[in-house]
Design a protein around this ligand. Structure first.
Ligand SMILES: Cc1cc2nc3c(=O)[nH]c(=O)nc-3n(C[C@H](O)[C@H](O)[C@H](O)COP(=O)(O)O)c2cc1C
Length: 221
């Protein structure tokens, strides 16, 4: 019985065969999700309908107060080169003596991977009930939802940032407002070369059970 004595403890539940099987199969597939470098991707990326499905999934992110503290900007194919020049300009300003080969690599970073989505955070610092930490949690959940949706559609995806996302030049180029921040970019594409399977950390590192007694390790209080 569970802690209240009224129901089964979640540790005791046996997976039963039934309608939940399809969901369990989906979960097994999702647990295999891992990030795929843009260099391992080729075209095509998701089409318009798939992007809509991915955004529908993003909108399932938990969102305290319905503040919608995130939005996505799809970078049009024709705008990728322009984005590359913005990357180059950021590098050039930071490193005025940078060689052309270095600048070219910066430009090329904007071209990697078939589909590019900018992730924009819209955090309300002064909200009376929902602190920024909860809003950032919502942004992260939306990012994960996009990665999961891409994976379920059979694509590889990855979230990348880098120092340049905090450069005002990039935010201005993408038409972001002063109160918005660029969290990074999600690249989505067809997996050409799958990455080697990833070993995840032990579950004991992230799950413990509190039995109702104070911890005695002195971490708090
Ligand atoms: C907001 C955010 C920004 C990230 N930026 C980078 C980055 O710039 N470079 C990088 O190598 N990984 C970055 N990562 C981590 C990768 O997206 C990815 O999680 C990591 O490579 C582990 O892969 P996995 O998703 O298969 O566990 C970022 C993750 C998040 C959530």
């Amino acid at each position: 019985m569970g802690p209240s004595g009224t129901g089964p403890d979640c540790r005791e539940q046996e997976p039963a065969a039934g309608p939940g099987d399809a969901m369990r199969a989906a979960l097994s597939a999702l647990i295999l999700r891992q990030s795929v470098s843009p260099k391992r991707m080729v075209a095509p990326g998701p089409g318009d309908d798939e992007i809509r499905a991915i955004m529908a999934m993003a909108l399932t992110a938990p969102d305290h107060g319905h503040l919608q503290p995130y939005r996505f900007i799809r970078i049009a194919d024709l705008a990728r080169e322009r984005l590359g020049f913005v990357f180059q300009e950021i590098r050039r300003r930071a490193e005025p003596d940078a060689e052309e080969a270095v600048l070219q690599r910066e430009r090329e970073k904007a071209l990697n991977g078939p589909c590019l989505l900018a992730v924009v955070g819209r955090i309300r610092e002064d909200h009376l009930k929902v602190p920024p930490s909860e809003q950032y949690a919502s942004v992260g959940a939306a990012v994960m939802a996009v990665l999961v949706a891409a994976h379920l559609l059979g694509y590889g995806a990855i979230m990348l940032s880098g120092d340049r996302v905090r450069d005002p030049l990039l935010g201005a180029a993408l038409g972001m407002s002063e109160v918005e921040e660029l969290v990074g970019f999600i690249t989505i594409g067809t997996i050409a070369r799958p990455p080697s399977p990833k070993q995840r950390p032990a579950q004991n590192d992230i799950l413990s059970t509190w039995e109702g007694t104070p911890a005695s390790d002195g971490r708090r209080g």
